[in-house]
Design a protein around this ligand. Structure first.
Ligand code: RRO
Length: 308
């Protein structure tokens, strides 16, 4: 990988600022491996729960002109099996890994975090923002400053891994939430999780397309919301940000960095451009850097934050 793409995240050197976000291909060792081979600088697992979950009944994914709707329903093999996949991945790759976990309470998050202390992960992501399991568990935890603060504080007390808080776009008070996360000891912020949930209708069948009726919205249509929330987060806290939401191209990635992101997640973009999107966007970033006369991505991260 080109040296101009090298970046540092919480003390760890990455070959590229592009990250495979939670949930996309991180269910298995092979999904993580292919993303790393195809140019992701870091990879994230699916969010693991204490017990395995089969997820929702299909269809769980639907496409529309603005993006994608998903209602996977937190399908995952459970923390024990999940960490075995991470171990298998790390045997064959040096690419750093974020282990994502999902709990329904502070106690569950702490239990999961303790388990990841004995793992091959580099970072721990707390998924506080899944939009698809509100029927089971209620409103996502990241809607509440108090819950965000309490979970992060208690996880940080016991976690060996640096902690990243994955947050929802479905709030009017992102500045207060990220400030609470920072005060509680979070090491980084990751946003945005999918928007909504939303709904699509099959006119011919006269029913919702997703079996679960509702699903999180992702893809190009959410990019402006992501940029705004990353920008607000950047101006509220001094934590590094993994920014994501609708990134398909090198231009999109540079915009995320200018809004305040240190790293950029590409998830739904894989649906549009295939897994080669990581290498393609890396190449596009290099071309844009060279056109603008920058010698590396770090120059934009440090100097080109958006002006008022
Ligand atoms: O599995 C899912 O339905 C899911 C999760 Br955990 C999440 O965090 N975000 C999302 O869009 N889908």
């Amino acid at each position: 990988m080109h040296t101009a793409l090298q970046t540092n995240f919480l003390g760890i050197d990455l070959a590229s600022p592009l990250v495979l976000p939670a949930g996309i291909m991180g269910l298995s060792y092979s999904g993580l491996a292919v993303a790393a081979r195809k140019g992701a600088g870091m990879v994230t697992t699916k969010s693991f729960t204490l017990q395995p979950r089969t997820g929702h009944k299909g269809p769980v994914v639907a496409e529309w002109s603005g993006g994608i709707l998903n209602s996977m329903g937190l399908c995952n093999p459970g923390i024990e099996e999940g960490l075995k996949e991470v171990h298998a991945f790390r045997e064959g790759a040096t690419t750093p890994v974020i282990i994502s976990i999902f709990g329904t309470s502070r106690e569950e998050f702490v239990k999961l975090a303790r388990r990841t202390n004995r793992s091959d992960g580099n970072f721990l992501e707390l998924n506080l923002s899944c939009p698809n399991v509100a029927d089971e568990f209620g409103t996502p935890l990241s809607a509440s400053q108090e819950k965000v603060s309490s979970i992060i504080y208690h996880v940080k007390k016991i976690s060996r891994l640096p902690v990243i808080a994955k947050l929802s776009p479905n709030v009017y008070h992102i500045r207060e939430i990220v400030s609470a996360a920072e005060a509680a000891g979070a090491d980084a912020i990751s946003l945005i999780n999918t928007l909504g949930p939303g709904m699509l209708i099959d006119r011919k069948m006269g029913k919702p397309i997703l079996h679960n009726r509702f699903g999180g919205v992702s893809g190009p249509c959410i990019k402006p919301i992501a940029l705004k929330l990353i920008y607000e987060t950047y101006s509220a806290v001094s934590l590094p940000i993994i920014g994501m939401g609708g990134v398909l191209t090198g231009e999109d990635a540079i915009e995320m960095i200018m809004a305040g992101a240190t790293l950029i997640g590409i998830g739904t973009g894989i649906y549009y451009r295939g897994i080669d999107i990581f290498n393609l966007v890396n190449e596009e970033i290099l071309r844009l850097l060279s056109d603008e006369g920058y010698d590396g991505i770090a120059r934009i991260q440090r100097l080109e934050k958006l002006r008022e």
